[in-house]
Design a protein around this ligand. Structure first.
Ligand SMILES: Nc1nc2c(c(=O)[nH]1)N[C@H]1C(S)=C(S)[C@@H](COP(=O)(O)O)O[C@H]1N2
Ligand SMILES: [Mo]
Length: 310
């Protein structure tokens, strides 16, 4: 029998800012060495013709350095600094194919670079609120999810959309053990949530292609939900009739609901969700209902008890 101990679960890893900063201090030498090649690579990877969108938050953007070095990507380890150290050398993000299948008239695949070339990319500056009560402001580049899904012609049985991350323990070292986590990472949305104009497929941030640690080459962004819904490095999108299993909901259903809408009035069983620590700020700030996106998404949940469907 597998014994899952609470300390192994999400949220116990909430790293105090001070610990993160001092660990980074120790890392300065290594970072300086790593800086040159990564700068060169990023300059080559700038995404062309990115349009501004109406979804641009006024808040100060979190610096690129923080967005790329304070990550949750458990396939590369549970510490916030591990994805930046381990993903770039291991994850092969090109070529990359995404399968779209299930309850739809035109199942198929797409190559991410083709997809980037053929898409009208836009920049969206969204709040990002992790279930662990920290937040960032991130300038994503990508396309709205809904129109991408429509091309595959979902049918009337397509009530949910299930997403899967790459499963390859050679590239994603933590996937070699399924003792705690039922890899691959999976997530899901109700079809109307997936079609909401806020749901976004990101291929870049700060105008460049995504860094491996941020879920390259393509990841979901659902800014009104806790960050764990925004699944990284997607290889499969499936239209399904029943609510699909998701990794966090499978591991700890009483802590991580399927919906996981940001909600300051529904606490996590082990901590309050009323406030959050914006990375780079000293004082905690109040968490907003639906992460501040109620105008766009509250209608999706009319008549639902959000304490029950958390
Ligand atoms: N495949 C996969 N996707 C994932 C995660 C993960 O561990 N694996 N972590 C989630 C969590 S908890 C958060 S907060 C965000 C973090 O995204 P970022 O590192 O780009 O800020 O990714 C989400 N997507
Ligand atoms: Mo998170």
């Amino acid at each position: 029998m597998i014994i899952r101990q609470a300390p192994d679960l999400h949220g116990s890893e909430i790293t105090p800012r001070s610990a993160y900063v001092s660990r980074r201090g120790l890392m300065v030498g290594a970072l300086a060495l790593a800086a040159l090649p990564s700068t060169v690579r990023r300059a080559e990877a700038a995404l062309p013709n990115v349009a501004k969108s109406p979804f641009v938050l006024d808040d100060k953007r979190t610096p690129l350095e923080d967005i790329t070095h304070y990550n949750n990507f458990y396939e590369f380890g549970m510490d916030k600094d591990q994805p930046a150290k381990r993903a770039p050398g291991r994850l092969r993000t090109r070529p990359w194919t995404v399968r779209v299948e299930g309850e739809c008239g035109k199942p198929g695949t797409f190559d991410v670079d083709d997809f980037i070339r053929r898409s009208a990319l836009e920049e969206r500056v969204y709040r990002h609120r992790c279930v662990e009560a920290w937040s960032m402001v991130i300038p994503w580049v990508g396309v709205p999810l809904g129109p991408v899904l429509q091309r595959f012609d979902p049918n009337s049985r397509a009530r949910f959309v299930a997403f899967q991350t790459l499963f390859d323990p050679q590239q994603m070292p933590e996937e070699s053990s399924r003792l705690i986590y039922p890899w691959p990472y999976t997530e899901g949305l109700r079809i109307d949530e997936a079609m909401n104009p806020l749901a976004f497929l990101a291929v870049g941030l700060y105008g460049d292609i995504l860094a491996p640690q941020n879920g390259a080459p393509i990841r979901l962004v659902t800014p009104w939900k806790y960050g764990f819904k925004s699944i990284k490095s997607i290889v499969s999108i499936r239209f399904v009739e029943q609510q699909p299993p998701t990794l966090w909901n499978t591991v700890a259903p009483s802590e991580y609901g399927f919906y996981s809408n940001v909600n300051p009035t529904v606490d996590h069983p082990r901590w309050s969700q009323a406030k959050e620590r914006r990375i780079g700020e000293f004082f905690r700030r109040p968490t907003l209902m639906f992460n501040g996106y109620g105008e766009q998404v509250a209608g999706l949940y009319t008549g639902m008890d959000l304490k029950k469907y958390f």
